[in-house]
Design a protein around this ligand. Structure first.
Ligand SMILES: Cc1cc2nc3c(=O)[nH]c(=O)nc-3n(C[C@H](O)[C@H](O)[C@H](O)COP(=O)(O)OP(=O)(O)OC[C@H]3O[C@@H](n4cnc5c(N)ncnc54)[C@H](O)[C@@H]3O)c2cc1C
Length: 416
């Protein structure tokens, strides 16, 4: 297909959280944007997602921050527990909001996808369109993307095609792909149980469970277990969850009772084996899990994808030259996201400890830290959840804050 005015100025590969956020941001800057999505439809797939103040400030840049903040459901105390129900540490939405200058929100992934999709013009997203980068382009040559029999040219290509990104293999064929993180994860969204409960994450031996309320009367629960990759329960994943967690403290059994066999998603978790040398080549920018897959132990994969998207759009708006803009995007994002990946992997090691003495030591240390000062657990997100995008006017996120300005220190309770 030759260059013409009908060509989009930007092609986005992948209509996930990162790709759609980038598409909305570029569209709002006046770009002609087309999104190519492999799936046959933009469906309500996935489960819950925790958004932290950093990505909510990024969503402010495309006018969605307050809409998402209004969906906050976690208002009470919550914290970290043992399987018997003993509290190891406490935290609260107020403490988290004060530390990071904004609330934490858990919502269904489909809610965010649908909000983002609704901000794009009709026809901007093409489904059933698996795409591959045919030529990353150059300063004097546009990038080319192939989808089936069709070939597209674009000034900018945003490759947001997820953890097993085909685009990443084309751009960086020598770099190792993601590797198994050592644990599998289950996720489910069900009607809220009758039993009273506080949002919690509960750590056992090589297993964990978390529960977060959603704004619409449902709860999002997630669980993980350190097991070899590729295992699946012969009698279904709900039965597997009952075996592993059925005797844990409330509300875990009640949540399992509310679930049907089709409600449970299971995914083996993958993480980047090593940082990529760059997040761009030619006129293509890699974004989200495609660039920096991380375990969900800090709940930052989606949050970082949103940050990436908004920062990329910022650099594109600042520079006439796309190759310069994507190089600036790499300089901005690679150090930060590599650090988030490192930290998420470190927390992953802690929560998937399997030996009884090591778990006892870990739990004792968490309880001791909590005695020194409640909310210290929030430190896990220091330097992460306190981030603001370039040009952010501190009008929304600061509402829940007790002080002005940015500080080094972020929050804790994983949003889900
Ligand atoms: C158990 C678990 C819990 C999590 N909890 C959180 C959390 O609380 N908070 C958080 O921020 N993150 C969380 N995450 C991580 C988060 O889900 C991901 O980091 C996030 O979805 C990444 O977004 P993305 O846009 O990069 O990729 P994706 O959302 O994976 O989107 C990629 C898209 O690209 C499409 N695609 C792939 N190949 C092609 C192709 N060739 N052509 C066209 N389209 C293609 C896919 O169909 C998909 O729609 C969690 C992850 C797991 C596993």
């Amino acid at each position: 297909m030759s260059e013409s005015r009908s060509q989009p100025s930007a092609l986005v590969i992948g209509a996930g959280i990162g790709g759609l956020t980038a598409a909305v941001a570029l569209h709002q800057q006046g770009g002609r944007v087309t999104v190519l999505e492999r799936a046959p439809a933009i469906e309500a797939v996935g489960a819950g997602l925790g958004l932290t103040p950093n990505s909510l400030r990024a969503l402010d840049m495309i006018g969605l921050g307050d809409t998402v903040r209004s969906m906050r459901a976690w208002t009470a105390e919550g914290g970290l527990r043992t399987p018997s129900g003993r509290w190891l540490s406490h935290t609260s939405q107020d403490a988290a909001a004060a530390r990071f200058k904004g609330p934490f929100v858990a919502l269904h992934r489909a809610t965010l996808i649908s909000l983002l999709h609704s901000r794009l013009p009709a026809g901007a997203v093409r489904t059933d369109a698996a795409a591959e980068v045919a030529d990353p382009g150059h300063a004097d040559r546009r990038a080319r993307v192939r989808s089936g029999a069709q070939e597209w040219e674009a000034d900018l290509v945003v490759a947001a095609d997820g953890v097993h990104s085909p685009a990443r293999s084309v751009l960086f064929p020598g770099s190792p792909g993601p590797r198994y993180a050592g644990f599998t994860a289950w996720r489910l969204v069900v009607p809220a149980p009758e039993v009273a409960y506080a949002p919690h994450e509960t750590w056992g031996r090589g297993v964990l469970w978390g529960t977060q309320p959603l704004h619409d009367g449902r709860v999002y629960a997630y669980a993980a277990a350190a097991v070899p990759a590729g295992q699946r329960a012969p009698d279904g994943e709900l039965a597997e969850l009952r075996r592993r967690f059925g005797a844990w403290h409330d509300p875990v059994p009640a949540i399992l009772d509310a679930a049907g066999p089709g409600d449970v998603l299971r995914n083996d978790v993958h993480q980047a084996a090593a940082p990529l040398p760059a997040y761009h080549r030619g006129r293509v920018a890699l974004l989200g899990d495609a660039a920096h897959a991380m375990p969900p132990t800090l709940g930052q994969g989606g949050n970082q994808a949103v940050e990436d998207a908004v920062v990329l759009a910022h650099h594109v708006a600042q520079r006439a030259d796309v190759p310069d803009a994507v190089a600036a995007y790499t300089r901005d994002r690679l150090p930060r996201t590599s650090e988030v990946v490192r930290r998420a992997i470190r927390v992953g090691r802690l929560v998937t400890l399997t030996s009884a003495p090591a778990c006892a030591l870990r739990d004792a240390a968490v309880a001791a830290v909590n005695r020194l000062g409640p909310h210290l657990a929030l430190r896990a997100l220091d330097g992460i959840a306190d981030w603001s995008p370039p040009g952010h006017q501190d009008t929304s996120g600061s509402r829940d804050s007790s002080s002005d300005g940015r500080e080094d220190g972020a929050s804790a309770a994983r949003g889900g």
